[in-house]
Design a protein around this ligand. Structure first.
Ligand code: EPU
Length: 416
């Protein structure tokens, strides 16, 4: 199992090119199931999760051709309407094949994802929404069996805001008969990117970017070309890294109009940012100031940035309070950061962080994707050497993070 060795205390300086967004690429690749035409995608990130979804899609009979960050899909010969447990258990986003398969073929068998490191993460809202569209759904032997003659438009209000739930229902509704209204829809930029692709494929969607999506079903969708948006979470992760270590970096291939409150919090920390048309220059000198926040849905503070900001707070010039409201178990990085000398105490879903003068390197273990990124940041800010174990989590969602960071001066190597 690969590990990362990080020697802390290096200033970051130089340019980093941001990759395509994982959480936009995964649903967009699944949209290939909705048409017999060619879907030509660019800016697809090189990630383990993308490999997993492509493997799953190929098993259905979807033709996949890949040339680095370009992927072309063709869904004219799909024969297997199934997502097996072996793949779903490694990646929950596999549930995103359910809506498209059911809408286009009237049938799907998808393994029920189990709980995961950050929470129980049920998919009841996906199922509730598909039932409202007329699907007959049974759950047996750990699988969701879904069937319908033709999905029929409906008004659906999910009990909570769910990102992949919105995406699954949106994809299903594009091929349903009549009008579907999705209320309480997620507004994340990744949902918007999927909606824009679906429109390019011939879908009729109004309210894109709002919490009320109105979809007029069409008989079929056609092929399209689309560039996946760049990854705001990857970009913000590197901004946290420079906030923690000090330095001057230029992020390229990013956007400036789709960030959430995380950017304001970075300014509060003391990071100076200059926005270009598709770039952000970030400069940091001195010790970070502490920032308190609670995670909420977009455009609130993203849960996917909670751990990385906590890493910055560990060495800030004061105390901060972080409340996690999206997932019930997303504080597993706390114990690992405390091993590096941080002073964090949790109380229910709130973490109280007291900034310390210095962290000191130690062996630590990555527990999930964003926790891994937070440990890389903490290790880069710490004195001495940190070994981070179980970095396969990191490879699921960051495109060669250690390569990008060492190119800007970090002392970080992968140990095979
Ligand atoms: N929820 C339910 N029932 C459902 C769906 C969701 O109870 O049917 C609950 C969840 O348990 C959670 C909350 O609703 O407490 C929100 O979950 P959501 O469905 O929005 O999460 P997701 O769609 O499974 C996506 C991202 C996550 C990101 C969350 C929140 C993808 C592939 N994954 O997950 O990304 O944290 O939205 O923004 O888009 C990551 O990239 O590290 C990651 C975990």
């Amino acid at each position: 199992m690969d590990k990362l060795q990080v020697v802390g205390g290096k200033r970051l300086e130089g340019e980093i090119v941001i990759s395509g967004a994982k959480n936009a690429a995964l649903p967009i690749l699944c949209a290939g199931l909705l048409t017999s035409g060619d879907l030509e995608l660019s800016n697809v990130p090189r990630l383990h999760d993308v490999k997993t979804i492509l493997k799953l899609l190929a098993q259905t009979g979807l033709t996949v051709s890949q040339d680095d960050e370009r992927v072309t899909l063709n869904g004219s010969a799909i024969t297997m309407l199934e997502a097996p447990y072996e793949l779903v258990k490694t990646m929950r986003a596999s549930i995103l094949v359910l809506g498209p398969l059911l809408a286009r073929f009237g049938e799907a068998k998808v393994s029920l994802p189990g709980g995961c490191a950050i929470g129980s993460r049920p998919v009841d809202q996906h199922i509730k929404g598909l039932r409202a569209l007329g699907a007959e759904i049974t759950i047996e032997g750990g699988y969701i069996y879904a069937k319908c003659k033709k999905l029929k438009g409906a008004r659906i209000r999910t009990d909570m805001i769910t990102v992949t739930g919105t995406e699954n229902l949106l994809m299903a509704a594009t091929l349903a008969e009549g009008e579907t209204v999705l209320e309480n829809a997620a507004r994340e930029p990744e949902v918007t990117d999927l909606a824009n692709l679906l429109v390019a494929m011939g879908a009729k969607i109004e309210g894109i970017g709002t919490d009320r999506l109105v979809i007029q079903g069409v008989a079929e969708l056609h092929g399209a070309k689309h560039a996946v948006i760049s990854d705001r979470i990857e970009a913000a992760t590197f901004l946290c890294a420079v906030a923690a270590t000090g330095g001057d970096i230029l992020l390229k291939n990013t956007r400036t109009d789709y960030f959430d409150v995380a950017l304001d919090k970075l300014r509060e920390i003391g990071l100076v940012m200059t926005m270009g048309p598709a770039s952000i220059r970030a400069q940091m000198g001195g010790r970070p100031k502490p920032v308190s926040f609670r995670t909420t849905e977009y455009p609130g503070f993203p849960t996917d940035m909670q751990a990385q900001f906590m890493a910055v707070n560990t060495i800030a010039s004061g105390a901060s309070r972080i409340t996690e409201t999206i997932f019930e178990n997303r504080f597993m990085h706390v114990q690992e950061m405390n091993r590096l000398g941080a002073s964090i105490q949790t109380e229910g879903n709130t973490a109280h962080v007291k900034g310390v003068d210095r962290l000191v390197g130690a062996p630590v273990m990555a527990t999930d994707l964003r926790a891994s990124a937070s440990l890389v940041i903490a290790a880069m800010a710490a004195q001495g050497t940190t070994i981070i174990d179980r970095i396969y989590h990191l490879d699921r969602g960051y495109d060669r993070m250690e390569v990008k960071l060492s190119a800007v001066g970090a002392n970080i190597v992968r140990i095979k």
